[in-house]
Design a protein around this ligand. Structure first.
Ligand code: ADP
Ligand code: MG
Length: 199
């Protein structure tokens, strides 16, 4: 079973991982965007961990709802509302249970990813965070390690794609040959599940 502490760890492990990878995310976004993705994610997840410490929400759904709200209010870029929707929708789908089964979480995360697709209009193959998140959700039934591998593979597989959504799409064919920054940060988010479960 996954409790509020697990979801809190998921957020703090993600924040630490983004701290380590900020420069890489910024470098990826400087190739096909405006070089702010590392700073956006770092600012957002610092705000998330600060809010979780201060407010100490006590259910999985409340942890993710608070995290999502903080991302929306602190991240200026496109990624703020998109990641905010991911976590808020996932949290909403978990309801107010004190603990959830991994299968329930997998279903909830799918609802979250569908929320991102509805908000941003991206489909698989558009070279966005969806290309890491959707394969991860599909693999999640096989466990966190399987989800992590699928997300990392999905992020790498964005490299040869031409962007059809977001700022990178303005580059047209020049977006080809670079890994998508949002898919890369999504792979970090998914990878953090495994570490949060090990702790
Ligand atoms: P901005 O593009 O506003 O500078 P960021 O740099 O923080 O915002 O985030 C860029 C990332 O957001 C992209 O790499 C992509 O993965 C994701 N993204 C952008 N637009 C969309 C969209 N419509 N749907 C899904 N993801 C998107
Ligand atoms: Mg950017």
């Amino acid at each position: 079973m996954l409790d509020a502490d697990f979801f809190r760890r998921w957020m703090t492990v993600t924040a630490a991982s983004i701290d380590r990878e900020t420069e890489r995310l910024t470098a990826l976004d400087s190739a096909i965007g405006d070089a702010d993705h590392g700073a956006n994610m770092q600012r957002g997840f610092h705000a998330v961990t600060a809010a979780l410490e201060k407010e100490a929400p006590d259910t999985p759904g409340a942890v993710l709802a608070l995290a999502g709200r903080r991302l929306v209010s602190t991240v200026g870029g496109a990624s703020g509302p998109l990641y905010g929707t991911l976590l808020r929708r996932t949290g909403k789908a978990l309801g107010d249970a004190a603990e959830v089964e991994p299968a329930q979480f997998a279903e909830a995360l799918r609802a979250g990813v569908e929320g991102v697709m509805a908000l941003g209009g991206a489909a698989p193959g558009d070279k966005t965070m969806i290309d890491a998140l959707l394969p991860a959700v599909d693999a999640l039934g096989g466990g966190f390690a399987a989800a992590r591998a699928a997300a990392e593979e999905g992020a790498v597989a964005t490299t040869p794609l031409q962007a059809r959504k977001g700022r990178a799409s303005y580059l047209g064919e020049r977006s080809i040959g670079h890994q998508d920054p949002g898919a890369t940060s999504s792979a970090l988010l998914v990878a953090a599940l495994e570490e949060a479960a090990d702790d």
